[in-house]
Design a protein around this ligand. Structure first.
Ligand code: PLP
Length: 448
């Protein structure tokens, strides 16, 4: 049910202004587990964890209590020269979970900022070592946030084209987009050839490159492009061969999402820098962390010159309320052995997702851990894309909302990324509602 009397002064993110006029945003009032409830008390199954942040469910009693208790004591203290107890405890807990070697944690506000910090650390690291390396390498289809620096290393045409001329120099290797393999190969015969393009860049520009940034295992915003572990292995191997720093952007996939605590743990390699955000606070408050290996941090040690200071720090860095949420979240993850304890639920989720293959418009089904996605096409045999103006996925999402299912597609990709507290029954219901929404939309589409 839509709310009326909304101020028209709000400018919404990633949203056509016309869509807002036709369909004003639903005013959510409260949440519980995987459900959100609007002001009229109508429930919506949040199939995407509100942009992937809600990993333990909405209004988790333990996290709520932790934030409340902290609010009674101290809401904020600046982080240069001061720190709060929950920030210390969060650092301790996180240190115990990180892949071996990632020993230093720099807190900031959100995923984009965690990436900005990683890029700046890499630039300053090389400057401190006396090497002139100021270029970055990313992958086509990458999304690392939408501040200018983060956009410079991302490459999704609809988000980035407008701004591209203004960016710092970045180079892009192929996207590991298996359904539409850039090398025209089938999965069975793939040997990570898509990363030949990465090697070409390293061969040509290697000595100017500060770091290579990538989303391990899944390119999220590009449409949940799940790619094989061998591709991730090859990225690490090439970076190691050419002496390039690795930045693993785990903002979307960190904290259990792909079935390992960190997606990088699907391989043996540990990145030089890793970006974390979203699920870090269970989706309660903005907080992020850029974690780095000791050899990176060492370059910043010492009193002089002032270039050894890392010149970054936002007003809300290490905010105590956000840290209290993070402390509670990490405590729960640790105690409940997430993600190992989710193996059964994840297997059920993967199977249930395949029920969407009954529709001819479903061209590809991809999944990793508790991420599931289907790419909609005009023709399954030829993989011909849907005409952009059909906005079919968008219409399916609108229909789903009427049925009480909250999904928000990425282009022609419908995806599911619920909180881990979802039960098998609710997973079945989620895909049942998705099927009804698709069927109804197609019936309407065919009738016009
Ligand atoms: N990196 C990745 C991989 C993301 O998926 C996102 C957001 O979706 C970001 C960075 C940016 O995070 P934020 O929206 O918190 O700035």
């Amino acid at each position: 049910m839509k709310s009326h009397r909304q101020p028209d002064s709000i400018w919404y993110p990633f949203t056509y202004s016309e869509d807002i006029q036709d369909d004003p945003p639903v005013v959510m009032d409260h949440g519980a587990g995987v459900y959100l409830y609007d002001k009229q008390g109508r429930g919506y199954l949040d199939a995407i964890g509100s942009w992937w942040v809600s990993i333990l469910g909405h209004n988790h009693p333990e996290i709520t209590d932790a934030v409340k208790a902290q609010a009674d004591k101290l809401e904020h203290v600046m982080m240069a020269g001061f720190v709060s107890e929950p920030t210390l405890r969060t650092a301790e807990l996180l240190s115990g979970m990180l892949p071996k070697g990632l020993s230093r944690i720099f807190f900031s506000d959100d995923g984009s900022t965690a990436v900005e910090v990683a890029l700046k650390v890499a630039l300053q690291y090389w400057a401190l070592k006396g090497e002139n390396r100021s270029e970055f390498v990313g992958l086509a289809g990458a999304y690392h946030g939408d501040t200018l620096g983060a956009m410079a290393v991302g490459m999704i045409p609809q988000y980035h084209t407008l701004f591209h001329q203004r960016f710092r120099k970045a180079h892009f290797a192929n996207s590991p987009y298996c359904y539409r393999c850039p090398c025209g190969l089938e999965k069975q015969t793939c040997n990570a050839e898509c990363m030949d393009s990465l090697e070409d860049i390293f061969r040509e520009r290697g000595e100017s490159i500060a770091a290579c940034i990538f989303e391990p295992l899944v390119q999220g915003a590009a449409g949940m492009r799940v790619y094989p572990v061998k591709v991730l292995k090859r990225i690490f191997a090439l970076c190691s061969k050419y002496g390039i720093l690795t930045i693993a952007d785990e903002v979307a996939v960190g904290f259990g999402r792909t079935g390992k605590l960190f997606a990088c743990e699907h391989v043996k390699d540990v990145p030089d820098l890793m970006c974390l955000a979203k699920g870090l606070t269970g989706g309660y408050l903005p907080l992020s962390a850029t974690v780095v290996k000791e050899h990176i941090y060492r370059e910043f040690c010492g009193a002089f010159p002032s270039e050894r200071i890392f010149h970054h720090g936002h007003s809300f860095t290490g905010n105590p309320l956000a840290s209290a949420a993070a402390q509670a979240t990490l405590t729960i993850i640790d105690r409940e052995r997430i993600p190992q304890s989710l193996e059964g639920t994840m297997a059920h989720f993967r199977n249930a997702l395949t029920s969407l293959s009954e529709f001819d418009i479903v061209g590809d089904i991809r999944s990793a851990g508790m991420i599931g996605a289907v790419e909609l096409v005009k023709n399954r045999a030829t993989k011909e894309r849907l005409p952009a103006e059909s906005r079919l996925a968008h219409r399916i999402a609108q229909r789903a909302l009427d049925l009480g299912l909250l999904v928000r597609p990425l282009g022609d990709v419908l995806y599911f990324m619920p909180a881990y507290v979802i039960t098998e029954d609710v997973i079945d219901n989620m895909f049942y509602l998705a099927r009804v929404a698709i069927r109804q939309t197609l019936n309407e589409h065919n009738a016009t």
